[in-house]
Design a binder for this molecule. Structure first.
Ligand code: M6R
Length: 611
């Protein structure tokens, strides 16, 4: 998604904007640009399609000077990625610029009206409408003009305006993330916290409907929707404990590998203070145990990788609690008529805490009167702030588009939640709790031992570099892991990969299996291993190459598989977490071997803040 950065203060804005756009590059983009009010009070705009290097080349001997500016990386929605469509966009007078992340849904009628009134458009974007609309309302006060303009605008957006004659920026948001970083004699605006960590750890996290005047020494928060104005002094300043060091690559070629190797620590941090060595679970939830005891059903809602964590959650929570648990894709949940009772618990799982569909599903859950619980990685994110309670996954900043450590942390938190709920509901005898706690406590060192075997997983990746298709099979708790393995492989290596519940393959998809087709079979669940082995036989009979993942000590597998990967044996609910690691590395080395841009795969964005 688009990245936003802005600055007002006393340092040179241009170099800072470009450097910060680099920090935002992980969000995904296809053009970039900056605008600075220069020392002569003129607006200077520089932009370029393609990677940031193109913009940097342009600015190498031509960096605009000036201490206030805006910068943007664009992920195209309306109009192809060209110079003209890149942000910032300008009004007809050339005095006002705007950068935006999101979608202006009613831009066409607004554009027609503005054209009829004499405004001249140059781009195909929805964003340019905003510049002309503010121009129309401008009478010497940028903030007031933006406020009036936004009354006419429908959509989801985060935006920043700048006027060449006014020494402040105007930021506003509706359903898209935007934060203000607080400095001394300078202030910053950005799409997300990691982008500004080198400058500050103090932030105002904007709410929907906020419009903010940001000068070097003053921040005024107001609202552009109905309701009383909010004073910045009443706003809570979020102090974030992430460090800039955590957002660096630390010598790794790609963030993804760095983040995979951080997973032992992530599991440790996520369980620390929540799981005692004796096995007591403490979660410090804002909702009362009474509420949680009354819940008759649980709905787990998310997108992408986080949705796979939800399917895992469904399996374990049903078994641990004996309650009906549904796992839903957020973009479906929000638009169907889900049956949600006021006594139900709706759990929203999201690394970023800003995914548009997951956020909208939270609204649906709230409208239906259910108790909401966020499982998210970003402190102060929208989903965290608007849920009744939050369980943070302490994965640290995840920069690579392909989610890895956040997924492992989500699975870990779901296990902790299951343990906690089973305790307070008095049903903890349903599982072998002691073994599970042991498995969780040992998980960091078990993951470490897998990380030490990277050459083995790279060797598997080398075997699929030239393949066009790859299938992943799993039953029971291995099924969501098969899905996650397939998603990881396809999103970064562009090998077409699909996952199936192992028993489902013969109902159609097996038609695609032919001599040499690679099939990854995840078989960590011993109660169904014989069943999955039958499905492995079926694909072997069609000459598939099978890579099997099993717990160490499992007998009789090698004769059915082309390669067998033995995983440290642990509790069956912990095994899927373990099986995830080789699949992440398989995808990583396949992408690397195929020369792909591992951290910024084509067409993808890290934080999906549009529908
Ligand atoms: O921030 P979220 O967890 O809500 O993001 C959900 C998905 O967009 C995300 O998991 C996506 O599928 C990743 N690219 C997968 O690697």
């Amino acid at each position: 998604m688009c990245g936003i950065v802005s600055y007002v203060g006393s340092m040179e804005a241009g170099p800072f904007l470009v450097e910060t756009l680099e920090n935002l590059a992980y969000r995904g983009y296809d053009s970039a640009g900056i605008a600075v009010v220069n020392s002569s009070g003129e607006l200077v705009i520089e932009k370029a399609p393609g990677k940031l290097e193109e913009l940097e080349k342009l600015l190498a001997n031509n960096m605009p000077t000036g201490t206030m500016g805006v910068g943007h990386t664009r992920w195209a929605t309306h109009g192809v990625p060209t110079y003209i469509n890149a942000h910032p966009h300008m009004d007809c007078s050339g005095n006002i610029v705007v950068i935006q992340n999101g979608i202006i849904e009613n831009y066409l009628p607004l554009k027609e009206k503005l054209i009829a009134e004499g405004h001249q458009f140059v781009s195909q974007t929805d964003t340019e409408v905003l510049a002309h609309l503010v121009e129309k309302h401008y009478q010497g006060d940028l903030k007031e003009a933006v406020k009036k303009a936004l009354v006419e605008v429908q959509g989801s957006f985060a935006l920043v305006f700048m006027h060449k004659d006014e020494r402040y920026l105007v930021a506003a948001r509706m359903n898209a993330p935007l934060i203000i970083g607080l400095g001394y004699g300078e202030n910053y605006i950005a799409s997300d916290i990691p982008a500004l960590l080198s400058k500050t750890n103090k932030f105002y996290i904007l709410n929907n409907g906020d419009i903010v005047k940001v000068a070097e020494d003053i921040i005024e928060v107001d609202t552009f929707v109905d309701g009383p104005p909010i004073s910045a002094s009443n706003r809570h300043i979020s102090i974030v404990d992430w460090t800039v060091e955590e957002t660096s690559k630390k010598g790794y070629q790609y963030y993804m590998l760095k983040e995979i190797t951080e997973q032992p620590r992530v599991v440790h941090n996520t369980t620390k203070g929540r799981l005692s060595p004796k096995g007591d679970v403490k979660l410090d939830l804002a909702v009362t145990d009474e509420h949680l005891r009354r819940a008759k059903r649980i709905h787990l809602v998310a997108c992408g990788t986080a949705y796979h964590a939800c399917i895992y959650g469904k399996y374990i929570l049903e078994e641990m609690l004996g309650l009906p648990v549904a796992a839903d894709i957020a973009s479906e949940f929000r638009y169907r008529k889900p049956v949600v009772h006021p006594r139900d618990l709706v759990v929203l799982v999201s690394q970023s805490g800003e995914t548009a569909d997951t956020l909208a599903s939270l609204d649906t859950a709230r409208e239906l009167g259910a108790t909401s619980l966020a499982i998210t990685n970003v402190q102060g994110s929208s989903i965290a702030r608007h849920s009744d309670s939050v369980l943070y996954t302490y994965a640290g900043p995840e920069i690579a588009v392909a989610s890895t450590k956040a997924f492992i942390a989500q699975l870990t938190v779901l296990l902790l939640l299951g343990l906690y709920l089973s305790d307070i509901r008095g049903v903890s005898s349903k599982i072998d709790r002691k073994q599970l706690i042991k498995g969780l406590n040992r998980l960091p060192s078990d993951i470490d031992s897998l990380l030490a075997r990277q050459e083995e997983f790279k060797g598997l990746a080398d075997q699929i570099l030239d393949d066009e298709h790859c299938y992943f099979l799993g039953r029971n708790l291995d099924e969501p892991i098969a899905r996650e393995g397939a998603l990881k492989l396809k999103e970064i290596s562009y090998i077409h990969a699909e996952a199936y519940a192992a028993g489902e393959l013969k109902h159609g998809t097996i038609a695609l299996v032919e001599d040499g087709t690679p099939v990854v079979a995840i078989m960590t669940q011993e109660s169904v291993i014989e069943k999955t082995l039958s499905n492995v036989q079926e694909v072997r009979a069609r000459q598939a190459r099978v890579f099997g993942l099993v717990c160490e000590g499992t007998q009789g597998i090698e004769e059915h598989c082309t390669s067998t990967i033995y995983l440290p044996r642990s509790h069956r609910m912990v095994m899927p977490i373990m099986a995830t690691v080789p699949l992440q590395l398989l995808a990583y080395y396949a992408a690397l071997g195929r020369g792909c841009d591992v951290d910024q795969p084509r067409n993808l964005a890290k934080s999906v803040t549009v529908e």
